[in-house]
Design a protein around this ligand. Structure first.
Ligand code: P61
Length: 470
């Protein structure tokens, strides 16, 4: 084949092309606003992409949370919602799907992930206890702190280095965990908080080997191990692909084996489980469950609906089944990788290897002229929106917030801008457009001047903070 022969994308990347295991039956028109309007929208939004109206956005890569396209089966399930206050049939379908795929015994639905994080933190943390975890997540850490806990990061060092290509950058560093337990005493550890994949590290996976070692370690010390199962399906894909002995196992088998290493889990079903709203909390211990079941009625709703409509629980039950299918996961992560390959071809700095749900651009490497106090990742998100109407999310110093004790900024090593891919929503052509916009912003990087924060809310400041150009 001569160089001038047109090539498919698969050929360009030296592999056979893959395709999504579905076809599209309903579409939603996109809106495109001109540059002058984007400039105005950005000022009105205080240079914060969370404050843009979605009508001002062209391709929305803010989050993969609640933004999935549901299947025809899920929509059909919505029509079978049993909206009884108590004992809805859809609750029992959800319970069966969670027991079957995640394996936990006792379950309460919650309105979304943070509802479950609130409950587990309130029942499992005593004031002053430590909560070691594989990197912080914004809402998870906040609920742990509000319950009086002290979060300690025990993730492997590789996770903090965007260029490190280790296969399991989500793993817990056992030496770090051992040190916390030795220094504080096992009785002062509330539980180990294990997320798979690790969102803030770039959607990086935890190995099965690490989960098994943690199971053994926690068992030996009498410490509970709880899982953030929000993107466990994506984590299972990486185990299948990278860990010896797992190539022949299905995503569903791997996910179940992983859960079996843990004592319980919380879930934002808005990600893996392909629904627009919903979550759950599940544990194996009856006594702990009794406390959870009692508390859920205070904050979420009765224990058979937890803040959800019956139809939402049905869509979630069906979404859990669909999310575990190997073809689905392969094409979901395949699309993220496709965008990653385009950007890598242009030497765009980003977290390597590409993770499960997003591309994380390395804003420090984009803008070496900016200090972290000039918010490089926030700046990059604003520049991308200005260039093309693409919406991304800051995942750097603004997201990291302030230290609960000293009140000073957390300065994370990772200063990232996340291009998050919703499931079953955009096409390969959309990814091409995104890649070209990132390239244009990268080419113009020398002109960036940074931002200053002019309004800072107390909790989870990144959602509502406002900025002005320097
Ligand atoms: C996201 F900017 N994630 O990634 P809820 N655990 C994990 C999550 O990723 C997660 C939750 C728990 C979001 C939404 C979001 O700083 C932010 O259903 C691993 O959102 O309550 C949510 O689940 C919480 C965006 C949350 C953020 C917090 O886009």
């Amino acid at each position: 084949m001569s160089n001038s022969t047109p090539q498919t994308m698969g050929q360009q990347f030296g592999r056979r092309s893959w395709a999504e295991p579905w076809k599209i039956k309903m579409v939603e028109p996109l809106t495109m606003v001109g540059r002058a309007e984007r400039q105005k929208a950005l000022v009105e939004a205080g240079y914060n992409t969370f404050l843009l109206r979605s009508e001002e956005v062209y391709i929305d890569l803010l989050t993969d949370s609640g933004t999935s396209a549901m299947s025809d089966r899920q929509w059909a399930g919505m029509m079978t919602g049993d909206e009884a206050y108590a004992g809805s049939r859809n609750y029992y379908n959800l319970e069966a799907a969670i027991r079957n795929h995640y394996g936990y015994r006792y379950i309460v639905p919650t309105h979304q992930g943070r509802g479950a994080e609130h409950l587990i933190s309130q029942v499992a943390i005593r004031r002053g206890q430590y909560v070691p975890g594989n990197m912080y997540f914004t809402t998870t850490r906040l609920h742990q702190e509000l319950a009086g806990g002290v979060f300690v990061d025990v993730i492997v060092d590789a996770a903090h280095d965007p260029a490190d290509r280790s296969p399991f950058k989500g793993d817990v560093d056992l030496a770090k965990l051992e040190r916390v337990v030795r220094e504080q005493g096992a009785a002062n550890i509330a539980y180990v908080s294990l997320a798979a994949t690790v969102n803030m590290a770039g959607g990086q996976p935890v190995s099965m080997g690490n989960a098994k070692t943690l199971r053994e370690f926690c068992g030996r010390h009498g410490i509970r191990l709880f899982l953030d199962a929000t993107r466990l399906v994506e984590n299972a894909f990486f185990i299948q692909e990278r860990e010896p002995g797992y190539a022949g196992k299905s995503i569903a088998q791997i996910a179940r084996e992983f859960c079996d290493c843990t004592d319980g889990a919380w879930m934002s079903a808005k990600k893996d489980s392909l629904v627009n709203i919903g979550g759950w909390l599940a544990v194996n211990d009856w006594t702990l469950f009794e406390e959870i079941r009692n508390l859920v009625v205070v904050y979420e709703g009765l224990h058979t609906y937890g803040g959800l409509a019956g139809r939402d629980m049905e869509a979630m039950a069906i979404g859990i089944e669909e999310s575990m299918q190997d073809d689905h996961v392969r094409s979901r992560i395949g699309q993220v990788r496709y965008l990653g390959e385009l950007l890598e071809d242009w030497d765009i700095p980003m977290v390597q290897p590409v993770g499960g749900h997003a591309i994380f651009l390395d804003a420090r490497a984009f803008y070496p002229q900016l200090t972290q106090d000039q918010y490089p990742a926030q700046t990059l998100a604003a520049e991308l929106y200005l260039d093309s109407g693409i919406r991304s999310m800051e995942r750097g110093v603004v997201s990291a917030g302030r230290d609960a004790v000293t009140g000073g900024h957390h300065y994370p090593k990772l200063e990232l801008t996340r291009l998050t891919i919703p499931r079953r929503v955009y096409t390969q052509a959309h990814m091409d457009v995104v890649a070209e916009s990132v390239k244009a912003v990268y080419d113009g990087r020398a002109a960036a001047r940074g931002l200053k924060m002019v309004y800072e809310p107390r909790y989870l400041r990144f959602f509502q903070a406002r900025f002005e150009p320097l």
